[in-house]
Design a protein around this ligand. Sequence first.
Ligand code: PAF
Length: 281
Amino acid sequence: MKIVKTIDEIRNIIKEWRKEGYSVGLVPTMGYLHEGHGSLIEQSVKNNDKTVVSVFVNPTQFGPNEDLEKYPRDIERDSKLVERIGGDIIFNPEASEMYSSAGFTTIKVEGLSEKLCGITRPTHFAGVCQVVSKLFNIVTPDNAYFGLKDFQQYVIIKTMVDDLNFPVKINPVEIVREESGLAMSSRNVYLTYDERKSALSLSIALKTAKSLISNREYNSSKIISEMKQIINNYPYTKIDYIKIVNTTTLNDIDYIENEKYAVLLAVYVGKTRLIDNYVCE
Ligand code: PAF
């Protein structure tokens, strides 16, 4: 397993791989890898001859008052995880390498980027689309793997790839949870002991939604109001949003009938903003 820092070097390696006829999988990450990333890497290793894991804390997807500076970083720990699972390369460029040109070009997936997380993070998805399309152009993967915890991100990237005909297959990978039910996230490291207990309210509220729906409660506002009650009962929590949406348009669903739906939520626990979801397709 090798760590590559420059675009030229990764391009040369991929050129050699292509000469051998190897297929390439890409797992884009911001590092501080956990078992959730591990399951993305596993899928890639299983389904491609070669796997590149990018580790890059992308500045363009952070807002002015967000956690860019304090976002956790540990490339040695990341290398061990990638090596253990069988990834071939970590692509770990500096920001100056990724953004060496003037950077006038952004990509906006209209209609999907402004809602849900886009309300509190208005520039976030333009930054995600920018860096992901750069990575696609640099690595030219056959397959790319994205976790379903960031369901809105997955839908936006899938839509961008379809709209702009990127020659890559987007593979969604299920959320990995700790035994407690907490969805794995690099940002969980910010949580204090007590906040961690409160963070369980997200998965508990989602479980409740699932059971209400399976007991034929299809009225979204009733489901959401039960979820709010659960989360508000825990200290340190502040709900950003809880929504039930169509899985393609991300438009609100008032009444769940035969639609494919996702129950999505974002909640501050202390200062940490956590997201989680339950998707039914
Ligand atoms: O999901 C993430 O970790 C990031 O948004 C991504 C896709 C690696 C782009 O920086």
